[in-house]
Design a protein around this ligand. Structure first.
Ligand code: FIX
Ligand code: ZN
Length: 455
């Protein structure tokens, strides 16, 4: 017997409960399983020794989003970058807390996120002091803390980002590492397309007979390199980010409004780099992804290190070319593409592109569009254009505790959009049930991702 259809007034609470109750599979983060190790705080005056799994108050406060924001308040002419980077994490955190939380109201999304995380962890900062919170974090046991955060955030699986061209990452895998099954690996390969000559040099040193020239021998060896690392990491997809001026094909003429291509000086070094990247994409990355049935994730629109002194905080957004995405999806129908774009201006065109290609899965409100006003706008537009066939969000968390706030904030926004859309369906006479809502929410927060991996 089918359950009684929901009334218009029942929709909001049913949707909100379903969204809160549905465990999330977080398809893109920079988090690591505890087995990779965590940074070891060092004494004052020295920066912390690097580590993989970042967690706790000082990491929350020194998130690169907040570093960028504090440098708007205390400029480099007052606090030279080098001096900031020489501080310990605790000293950096104190500096950010003072200037962005105490001396000004913490109302940016990144500031608000810290407050949400602390509140939901049961910490009280009403006295505006960090001391009690610091004491509490110092008492947490990292391995049990992962369980607590995943439970609080209602996240059942964390997808890592594993950049094979990063020496520390590569060494860690070569030593042998078996992540906890709740953490899944993604083979991140940005230099392959962003800087093939540099990538080729590293790969050659690692024993793969590749050359700068992308000839048949290099193609075979580069494919072997990817297969080796997919197997070593048990990677569930391959990923990279691309600059706003990435084009596919690299040399298509766009002066006549042609589809895709162009945007990079013809014949210059940039053009050669673009052509090498295109060969690697067409002859190495996509064939290996297709043979292994793995999606290829493209995160498009990040212009890296426009202010190098800010390090990870120094990256910028740029409007990219959606026609290049459609050219690629059309040229490689046997491949599966996850795509997210960084510029607000690209979102509508990308959603329409996804209507044209079933092998294109749009995901997330990435980085500079991961803010309430834009999550609402983008999710509303995507539901109107794509229905239930997209992945509304990923956290991009770099610090474990961020899962608590990123998913709390996003669940609220996604629920609000869905409630409006379900009310419209009820108003149009559709006999919507709670089971329908729960099924759709599971698609949005888990099954669209899992099913696309298996497709
Ligand atoms: O390329 C990426 O995976 C980006 O998400 C990161 O590079 C970026 O720093 C980030 O963490 C944004 O949220
Ligand atoms: Zn990321």
């Amino acid at each position: 017997m089918t359950a009684a259809p929901l009334t218009r007034d029942q929709v909001e609470s049913v949707v909100s409960s379903a969204v809160r109750a549905q465990p999330v599979v977080d398809m893109h983060t920079h988090l690591y399983a505890p087995v990779f190790g965590s940074p070891v705080p060092t004494s004052a005056g020295k920066a912390d020794r690097g580590g993989f799994l970042l967690w706790g108050l000082d990491e929350l406060l020194t998130y690169h989003y907040l570093v960028a924001e504090v440098y708007r308040v205390v400029p480099a002419t007052v606090l030279p970058y080098e001096r900031f980077w020489k501080m310990t994490k605790a000293e950096q955190a104190d500096h950010i807390w003072k200037h962005l939380f105490v001396e000004r109201s913490p109302i940016s999304e990144a500031c608000r996120g810290v407050l949400t995380a602390l509140r939901k962890l049961g910490l009280d900062v009403s006295d505006r002091s960090l001391a009690p919170a610091r004491k509490w974090f110092a008492q947490q046991d990292p391995s049990r803390y992962v369980d607590r955060v995943m439970e609080l955030a209602n996240v059942e699986s964390i997808t890592m980002t594993n950049p094979v061209f990063d020496d520390a990452e590569r060494e860690r895998w070569l030593k042998g590492v078996k992540p906890d099954p709740r953490f899944e690996a993604v083979l991140r390969i940005d230099p392959l397309l962003r800087d093939w000559p540099a990538a080729a040099k590293k790969m050659h040193a690692w024993g793969y007979a590749v050359g700068t020239e992308v000839d048949d021998a290099t193609v075979e060896e580069a494919r072997r390199f990817l297969r080796d690392w997919i197997d070593r990491q048990k990677a569930i997809y391959l990923a990279l980010s691309l600059p706003p001026d990435w084009r596919y094909p690299a040399d298509a003429d766009t002066s006549s409004g042609g589809t895709g291509g162009g945007g990079i000086s013809a014949g210059g070094p940039a053009d050669l780099l673009a052509r090498a990247g295109q060969s690697i994409l067409e002859r190495v990355v996509l064939p290996v992804c297709a043979e292994r049935g793995l999606p290829f994730a493209m995160m498009i629109g990040s212009r890296l290190r426009v202010n190098p002194d800010l390090r990870d905080a120094g990256d910028m957004v740029g409007k990219a070319d959606v026609a290049s995405v459609t050219s690629l999806a059309r040229a490689f129908p046997q491949n599966k593409f996850f795509v997210t774009m960084l510029s607000r201006e690209n979102q509508h065109e990308l959603a329409v592109a996804a209507r044209k290609f079933g092998n294109l899965m749009v995901f997330g409100c990435w980085w500079f569009v991961n803010n309430p006003s834009l999550i609402d706008e983008i999710t509303r537009m995507r539901v109107e254009l794509l229905g239930t066939s997209f992945i509304p969000q990923h956290s991009d968390a770099r610090v474990l505790d961020q899962l608590v706030y990123k998913w709390d904030h996003s669940r609220g926004l996604i629920a609000s959009v869905l409630a409006d859309k379900y009310r419209d369906a009820v108003d149009a006479g559709w006999p919507l049930t709670t089971a329908d809502v729960e099924r759709d929410v599971r698609l949005y927060l888990k099954d669209n991702f899992r099913d696309f991996l298996k497709r």
